[in-house]
Design a protein around this ligand. Structure first.
Ligand code: TPP
Ligand code: MG
Length: 632
């Protein structure tokens, strides 16, 4: 008989999780950095009790379950998916608070493990507090809502089910192609139930993070397509960073001369001053990247899922002959845009391509065009960093000041508002993962908890958070967690009286910014166009425990950043920016559908412009280039 140990289901889960390790390129580390969560009756006596008995597995109390998942996702992103946290919640609202975080993680392909409490498996006391009942089945609950946002979902009705479920949990969390949110719903009675578990289950287990290589035929076709390309452009997505392929990409780009454009998730794949780096691509792209994309005859997509921001809503690639090669661990992404699919690890494939393309170099004319576009873009960034706007600084000047204050390995983190677009264009990223944008789900509220997770992934890197006033009001609460855990991050909070981003979008579509600024309802008009609301953001941050500084001018902001660097605790700098001074778009667009009929003339005009712009949207259905080549 194999040796067994009698544990509750919750005790067994914690004992298993703390013994999981990952290994890549010969380096090993513990996969879970601990457990984040909030206790309620649905987990306090189960997972809570197990954590009490396992003090070597750190438990961090957070303020909001959604924030716990963001913190885990930020941690996973900043550690290239080699680490994450477990998130525990009670049943009901504590559990469903995690759904937004789960969607964020799955969309961004980040591993997070969620353990929501669930209603009693034995049912005799139903309906329990916070249970949603169904007249048609007893086998449904709010945790079923996690199914579409999880890459793996399971509910544990009997203790021994975890023996087969937990290995599946780990397979998905450590898979380079499948990873995302994993949800294990845990009925509260089952959490506390004991079972004789095999001791083997709790031995140290090391999960190999594979670097799959391409099949030879796909690889040869991809290499041939590149060798024949006259105007190739490589798009670096998040997969380049996850794969730690920056050096391999730099070698490939230097040798071939192929320019590299970056998605939001892939920005920082190359340092901004690498001669082949042409910066952001797509709706929030640089002039350099967007011009090159427009005429490219071959797009090499590495670790990208071609979101609408990357493809400028399928208008970015206008050459009639454009073809695609996609390098991706996920077959799903590799096959997009009718590409030659190279289902493989980014680093391994780029190294092999560099060797296979020793003879290839872009033309002198193309190289000169790349150099000239890069030069023009540098000038534009310099202009926007030094607008000298008065009396308040423009947002681009705030970004410039943050860049000047930060050091090479520091991290710039943001998620929603007007910041992602401005930062994607302007932030000169100096080191891999130095640019941390959650732009798969663009979740207001990710920034503070995401930053805490990123900081815990590598405390030697300073984390700067660029935060909107709208986002801050949505979830300021994790400042308390930062104080509790002694986690230092620097937050620059831009007070622009509401939603500059959506307000600007609304105005551009003929709706005059309706319902997007923070103003009182006017007694005269009955609308939200009265006095501006005067929220004391610094006061809120201070009351939660942060060191706070108010800056009214660019000079004060620079001084505040110097002070913040010297602080040993979370610091919030509040800066008001000059309204209406935005960063323009650069020969790009984003499809936001405009009303087809309207009483408002401006909306009708916007619709006409919209119909015109949409004509550039393309399907990329060309036969796969490799096949064509073979037929000739
Ligand atoms: C949770 C969530 N709700 C709504 C949105 C849609 N949205 C995107 S940006 C934005 C406004 C953000 O305002 P703020 O943080 O002040 O940034 P600003 O636009 O002023 O730069 C909204 C409402 C979102 N991205 N996330
Ligand atoms: Mg704002």
């Amino acid at each position: 008989m194999p040796a067994t140990i009698r544990l509750t289901t919750a005790q067994a889960i914690i004992a298993f999780l703390k013994n999981q390790y990952v290994e890549r390129d010969g380096c090993q580390n513990q996969f879970f950095s601990g457990v984040l969560g909030i206790f309620g009756h649905g987990n306090v006596a189960g997972i809570g009790q197990a954590l009490l008995e396992n003090p070597d597995f750190p438990y961090v109390l957070v303020r909001n379950e959604q924030a716990a998942v963001h913190m885990a996702a930020g941690h996973a992103k900043a550690s290239n998916r080699l680490k994450t946290f477990v998130c525990t919640s009670s049943i009901g609202p504590g559990a469903t608070n995690m759904i937004t975080g789960a969607a964020l993680a799955t969309i961004n392909r980040l591993p997070v493990l969620l353990l929501p409490g669930d209603i009693f498996a034995r049912r005799n006391v139903a309906p329990v507090l916070q249970q949603i009942e169904s007249p048609s089945t007893q086998d449904i609950g709010v945790n079923d809502c996690f199914k579409p946002v999880s890459r793996y979902w399971d509910r544990i009705y009997r203790p021994e089910q975890i023996i087969t479920s937990l290995p599946e949990v780990m397979r998905v969390l450590t898979s380079p192609s499948e990873c995302g949110a994993v949800t294990l719903a845990l009925p509260q009675d089952v959490q506390a139930e004991a079972y004789d578990f095999p001791v083997e289950l709790f031995q140290k287990r090391v999960w190999l993070i594979r670097r799959p290589e391409a099949d030879s035929l796909s690889f040869e076709r991809a290499a041939a397509a590149i060798a024949n390309a006259k105007k190739p452009l490589l798009i670096a997505g998040g997969g380049v960073l996850f794969s730690e392929a920056s050096d391999a990409l730099a070698a490939f780009a230097s040798q071939t001369g192929i320019p590299v454009a970056e998605t939001q998730a892939g920005k920082g794949s190359l340092p901004y001053d690498h001669p082949q780096c042409v910066g952001a691509i797509g709706a929030t792209g640089t002039l350099a990247a967007n011009r090159l994309a427009h005429d490219a005859d071959l797009i090499i997509g590495v670790g990208t899922r071609y979101s609408d921001f990357t493809s400028a809503s399928m208008t970015a690639f206008q050459s009639p002959d454009v073809r695609f090669v996609n390098i991706n661990t996920a077959e799903f992404d590799a096959y997009k845009v009718s590409a030659i699919p190279v289902v493989a690890d980014a680093r391994a494939t780029l190294e092999l391509l560099t060797a296979a393309l020793a003879e290839y170099k872009v033309s002198g004319a193309y190289a000169a065009q790349i150099a000239e576009l890069r030069q023009k873009w540098d000038t534009e960034v310099h202009r926007l960093f030094h607008l000298d706007t008065k009396p308040k600084p423009a947002q681009s000047e705030v970004i410039g000041a943050m860049f000047e204050a930060s050091a090479e390995r520091d991290i710039l983190l943001s998620a929603a508002g007007s910041h992602p677009g401005d930062l994607h264009k302007l932030w000169p990223t100096r080191s891999p993962n130095g640019y941390h944008l959650e732009y798969g789900y663009s979740t207001m509220g990710y920034e503070i908890p995401g930053a805490l997770g990123a900081k815990l992934a590598d405390p030697s890197r300073e984390v700067y958070v660029f935060l909107g006033d709208g986002t801050f009001l949505m979830m300021p609460s994790e400042i308390v967690t930062a104080v509790q855990e002694h986690i230092k991050v620097i937050i620059v909070l831009v007070d622009n009286k509401g939603f500059a981003s959506i307000g600007g979008l609304s105005r551009s579509l003929g709706m005059g910014g309706f319902g997007t600024s923070y103003r009182e309802r006017s007694a005269d008009s009955g609308k939200l166009d009265g006095e501006f609301l005067n929220v004391d953001f610094a006061g809120v941050a201070r009351s939660l425990g942060a060191h706070t500084i108010k800056a009214s001018t660019l000079g004060e902001l620079k001084a505040a950043l110097t002070e913040a660097k010297q602080m040993d605790r979370i610091t919030v700098i509040v800066v008001e920016t000059q309204p209406g001074v935005g960063v323009p778009g650069y020969e790009s667009w984003w499809d936001v559908a405009v009303a087809e009929v309207s009483e408002i003339e401006e909306v009708r005009q916007a619709r006409a412009a919209y119909a015109q712009a949409r004509k550039k949207e393309r399907y990329h259905l060309s036969p796969i280039a490799g096949d064509e080549a073979e037929e000739e």
